[in-house]
Write a protein that binds this ligand. Structure first.
Ligand code: HEM
Ligand code: HEM
Length: 133
């Protein structure tokens, strides 16, 4: 039972992580394909709604990953014990969320912090892959 719960919580972290990186992809699609998207009313409405949720709740999804991480850690630690790859992925995730918070409070878009924040999003994907692989 705890095995399933631990796996589910790990999957929840990955799902929330996926929602946070959509922030980048919806903006990219919006920039590159704006003209095509606008051609179809339904596609335009659907895409705009998706983009609004993804951008507006980016911080919320990001902070929620920490909650899921904490639960995953508790379940896995008391079921299997310590995991080095898990601790590595968790360190990157915690740093990423702290950096996002820093960027948010600085209120300045762009700059070194955002470059780092984007780069660490990729590093986090690699760290998660190494952990679940
Ligand atoms: C970004 C952070 C993390 C993510 C996204 C994550 C995700 C996952 C996922 C999806 C699984 C299920 C994999 C599978 O069944 O094949 C898993 C398993 C596991 N995780 Fe994590 N995890 C993270 C951090 C941690 C931490 C901090 C620990 C420390 C205790 C940990 C310990 C484990 C253990 C022991 C397993 C079970 C491995 C096994 O089935 O043999 N994880 N994790
Ligand atoms: C799993 C955690 C997170 C990941 C993987 C992540 C990833 C990203 C990525 C890839 C971007 C670039 C989007 C673009 O190019 O415009 C971005 C932007 C941004 N992130 Fe995060 N982020 C995370 C958590 C957070 C948190 C917790 C906060 C704030 C509390 C935050 C605040 C921001 C801000 C302010 C931007 C600038 C663009 C915008 O406002 O949408 N991030 N994030």
């Amino acid at each position: 039972m705890f095995e399933d719960l631990g796996e589910f919580l790990g999957g929840t972290i990955i799902f929330l992580y996926g929602l946070t990186i959509l922030n980048f992809f919806v903006k990219w699609v919006n920039k590159k394909f704006r003209a095509q998207i606008k051609k179809n009313d339904l596609v335009f409405k659907g895409f705009s709604a998706l983009m609004k949720v993804v951008v507006k709740y980016h911080k919320v999804f990001g902070v929620m990953t920490i909650g899921a991480l904490l639960l995953h850690f508790l379940v896995q630690f008391f079921t299997y014990g310590f995991s080095l790859t898990g601790a590595m992925a968790a360190s990157v995730l915690i740093f990423q969320v702290a950096l996002g918070g820093y960027g948010f409070y600085r209120k300045k878009r762009g700059g070194l912090w955002l470059k780092l924040h984007r780069g660490i999003a990729v590093l986090l994907m690699i760290a998660i892959y190494l952990h679940v692989e």
